[in-house]
Write a protein that binds this ligand. Structure first.
Ligand code: TK8
Length: 336
């Protein structure tokens, strides 16, 4: 009897102790400067806001995310460098602008790689995508989750692009990424690499004729004000990636790592759901605001795909043979 009592008391004591430790998770008061390129009311801005609230809830307000939109902390590339240097804590931006830091990320820029969002989600959230994120640590960045930027479409102010030939001579802003430059040069356009933050003005002043981005961004960045023609090409599925400064991350407690990672996973679902539903209304919105929309025929898309095909071999030959093989095998499995 006595022995039984002691066991019960011991049990209760242990339970109380675990209750105490789980309550007093190790969170410090921190301000997290989180930069992004689009506006606060874009899909990107809404998801940063979601992440901030989710993380605050998890940590009793200790981890306080301050979002800085419109590239107010710098372009994607400038922010990546600020993270590496420890001058900024977090950001979200295109994987395409990461290639100067880790060329493996160029794999996502391969034209017509993913045929739908299910393929993209499976590869990005699976071992392939995770391996790429993990490799960033050696470069001073922590890759946390991927969000959806989306399938990219062409806009310009010169003429409707119905065929590849229509692209000839169009001065097209592309992201600062060699594959995009090469791809659009191959398609006959005149590719001009430029940071996103300079883009609206460049379109407005006709420094460039066009650009390419998902319809959500064409809407939220008001490109319809300065672009007449939209062609639905879906030539690349573009991911965004949520990044943290490794120098900063290493100072956080395990509980903080856990809370940030869990909030990031929640934000990924929110952001993708939001982007996918916003995309449905974006097209109607853009038409209503004067854009002329061209649905590019399958035959013309096939032609673009053929012209862009050498990008795959070129990327593989530049030391990415294994990577290309792996993603192709993963995709083949999904398509079976
Ligand atoms: C926002 C960019 C943007 C991208 C681009 O900073 O540069 O065209 O699609 O979303 O990352």
């Amino acid at each position: 009897m006595k022995k039984q009592m002691r066991t019960i008391m011991l049990g209760l004591g242990l339970a109380a102790m675990t209750a105490v430790t789980s309550q007093a998770a190790d969170y410090h008061s921190r301000i997290i400067r989180f930069g992004y390129g689009l506006s606060a009311d874009s899909n990107q801005g809404k998801a940063v806001d979601f992440f901030a609230k989710d993380l605050a809830k998890r940590t009793g307000g200790k981890l306080h995310v301050k979002g800085f939109g419109n590239a107010s902390l710098g372009s994607d590339i400038q922010m990546q460098n600020a993270l590496i240097g420890g001058a900024q804590e977090m950001m979200v931006g295109s994987t395409a602008t990461l290639v100067g830091i880790d060329s493996d990320f160029g794999v996502y820029d391969l034209p017509f790689l993913f045929s739908n969002t299910k393929e993209a989600d499976t590869i990005l959230d699976g071992p392939f995508g995770q391996k790429l994120l993990n490799a960033l640590q050696a470069k001073g960045l922590v890759g946390i989750v991927y969000w959806e930027n989306g399938f990219r479409n062409l806009t310009n102010s010169v003429r409707p692009i119905k065929t590849v030939a229509d692209l000839k001579g169009i001065k097209l802003r592309v992201m600062q990424n060699p594959m995009y430059i090469d791809m659009f040069d191959r398609l006959g356009a005149n590719a001009v690499p430029m940071s996103f933050s300079e883009l609206f003005t460049a379109l407005e002043t006709h420094t460039v004729d066009g650009q390419e981005n998902p319809v959500n961004t064409i809407e939220s960045s008001k490109f319809y004000e300065v672009q007449k023609y939209l062609s639905l090409t879906k030539h690349v599925y573009s991911p965004w990636v949520m990044l943290a400064s490794k120098a900063w991350w290493d100072k956080l407690t395990p509980d903080e790592h856990k809370a940030i990672t869990e909030a990031a996973v929640d934000s990924r679902k929110f952001e993708r759901d939001y982007s996918r539903s916003a995309q449905k209304t974006a097209l109607t919105f853009l038409k209503k605001h004067g854009m002329q929309v061209t649905v590019v025929s399958d035959a013309q898309l096939a032609k673009m795909r053929d012209l862009a095909k050498p990008e795959m071999e070129k990327f593989a030959a530049a030391g990415h043979q294994q990577e290309v093989k792996t993603i192709e095998a993963d995709l083949a499995k999904l398509r079976k």
